[in-house]
Ligand binder design. Structure first.
Ligand SMILES: [Zn+2]
Length: 506
């Protein structure tokens, strides 16, 4: 393992010997050696594959090698808010935002992203689509702080600032009117920056981005359609086009959103976004729980993606998304955990297990259930495409980046070893992760993160937690007052019948 390394003109050469390579589609894991040059897999061959003298040798005997899992939807700011709530609907979570994610310094933004990156790599995830939030507008410095956290941990990320020009209270028709005059005054202080400021700041960040875009790049996330004016959404589309980056929006996540979409636009949120020119191969819908089959067809016809987050959808009471319906209409489906403030553990193995279970919970017709290989594909190739990394990550194949997870086959999750795809999706929970390589670099080695001082991290997080609890005491108090109204008004709004044209009725 400590052999002297040899360098070619394309970088250091590494050979992984003795492992079994997962082919999730074929439900097979045959012995094979993997040759890596620099950050890329250059050859996969039978055991005993030839390697240049002096190549670094990694012993993978007793290990299952699978391509790094890719989290298609998370939020950096959520990590410092881990465990702060329980019986939250999406609307209560949005109300809690200023309390649980507010008052953050640049260092807090960096730390929160770093906590998530560390958790994800320890749990076999090598890339993510991250939607961080800054109030009242994104800043180039804030985005750089988040991006730098991923670069330091050694994880790939697409960082898409979550932007809006209407607060949650302005976005939901009738909500402002049911607040007391005192509450109205308080929520007016939460007002966001004018959309032109947000666009200018994002453009500045895109222009001056210095991180390696193969590792960490930017995208644009008009957060929720009705939280953004149409002009703002159009400007986001233009900005994404100008810089060749992705667009990511929460669409039809909750029933409240689906109903508000119809009230505001007289059509579904997806149809509205289609009219604004948002739909295309670089567009990702987060959640899509309340998409109907026409919405799915629109997305599929445009080559768009859905980031499916089954854990978050259940935790916030939003319902069960129809992954089979999406796949049937050629929607690219990626898989995500969502943020730690609403689905807690950023564990992509758990997201896979839940994606499978959620599909099976919707109908007794097992022909329509998604399969373990469809779920494994969503968590790898599907998410890679959503991130705009198609053809580069998401597969263990020649020409792909060397993003490889080493699972310990002596772990109880794999005893006995019957079917690698079924066990990856249904049995593995992250506990068998031994090592994680990203771009040829060992970021986790024998269950230890190699890139971060793990003794300093808990101290830094505790100091931030104490400071933020103190600073956000007034917004916590405001949340407690508002929650009484929001907690009644929004479920009332969602109480009306909503006919959804799809196989799984609502
Ligand atoms: Zn989200």
């Amino acid at each position: 393992m400590k052999a002297q390394s040899v360098k070619t003109k394309s970088g250091k050469v590494t050979i992984i010997r003795g492992g079994r390579l997962l082919d999730a589609r074929a439900h097979r894991a045959d012995p094979a050696d993997v040759l890596i040059t620099g950050d890329t897999i250059t050859k996969i061959g039978a055991p005993g594959l030839e390697a240049p003298a002096g190549a670094r040798v990694i012993d993978a005997r007793g290990k299952l090698l699978h391509t790094g899992l890719i989290n298609a939807h998370t939020h950096a700011h959520g990590n410092l808010a881990k465990g702060m709530g329980d019986r939250w609907t999406l609307e209560l979570l949005l109300t809690a935002g200023p309390w649980i994610s507010g008052g953050r310094s640049l260092e807090d933004k960096h730390l929160s992203a770093k906590l998530g990156a560390v958790e994800m790599v320890l749990k076999g995830c090598t890339a993510c689509y991250d939607l961080p939030f800054e109030w009242p507008a994104p800043t180039p410095e804030g985005l750089e702080a988040v991006g730098r956290a991923y670069a330091e941990v050694g994880m790939r990320a697409v960082v898409a600032p979550m932007v809006a020009d209407r607060t949650f209270f302005e976005a939901i028709p009738g909500l402002m009117e049911v607040l007391t005059p005192g509450m109205q005054k308080d929520v007016e202080k939460l007002r966001l920056a004018p959309w032109k400021t947000s666009v200018a700041n994002m453009r500045k960040a895109l222009r001056r981005w210095t991180l390696d875009r193969d590792h960490v790049r930017l995208a644009v996330a008009p957060t929720i359609p009705h939280h953004c004016s149409d002009e703002f959404i159009r400007a986001c589309v233009a900005l994404a086009k100008e810089h060749g980056v992705g667009l990511h929006t929460h669409v039809a996540e909750s029933k409240v959103q689906a109903i508000v979409g119809l009230q505001r636009y007289g059509k579904t949120l997806t149809a509205h976004l289609d009219d604004l020119g948002v739909l295309g191969p670089n567009f990702t819908v987060a959640h899509g729980v309340w998409l109907d089959h026409d919405d799915m067809k629109r997305l599929g016809d445009h080559g768009a993606s859905v980031a499916h987050n089954p854990g978050s959808n259940m935790r916030l009471g939003n319902g069960l998304a129809d992954m089979r319906g999406m796949l049937e209409r050629r929607v690219n489906v990626g898989l995500g955990t969502d943020g730690a403030n609403c689905s807690d553990n950023l564990n992509m193995y758990e997201a896979m297990r839940l994606a499978s279970f959620v599909s099976k919970a919707q109908t007794p017709d097992c022909e329509r259930w998604v399969t373990t290989e469809e779920v494994a594909m969503a968590a790898t190739e599907g998410s890679a495409r959503a991130l705009g990394f198609s053809g580069k990550i998401g597969r263990l194949a020649e020409g792909y980046k060397a993003d490889i997870v080493f699972l310990d086959l002596d772990h109880i999750n794999w005893i006995p070893f019957n079917d690698p795809t079924n066990q990856l999706t249904h049995t593995e929970d992250g506990n068998a992760v031994d090592s994680v390589m990203i771009g040829g670099r060992m970021v986790v080695e024998h269950r230890r993160v190699t890139t971060v001082d793990m003794t300093a991290l808990p101290r830094e997080a505790e100091a931030a937690r104490q400071r933020l609890a103190h600073r956000n005491a007034p917004t916590k108090e405001l949340y407690e007052r508002l929650a009484v109204v929001v907690g009644r008004f929004c479920p009332g709004l969602a109480h009306v019948p909503y006919h959804i044209n799809r196989y799984v009725g609502a």
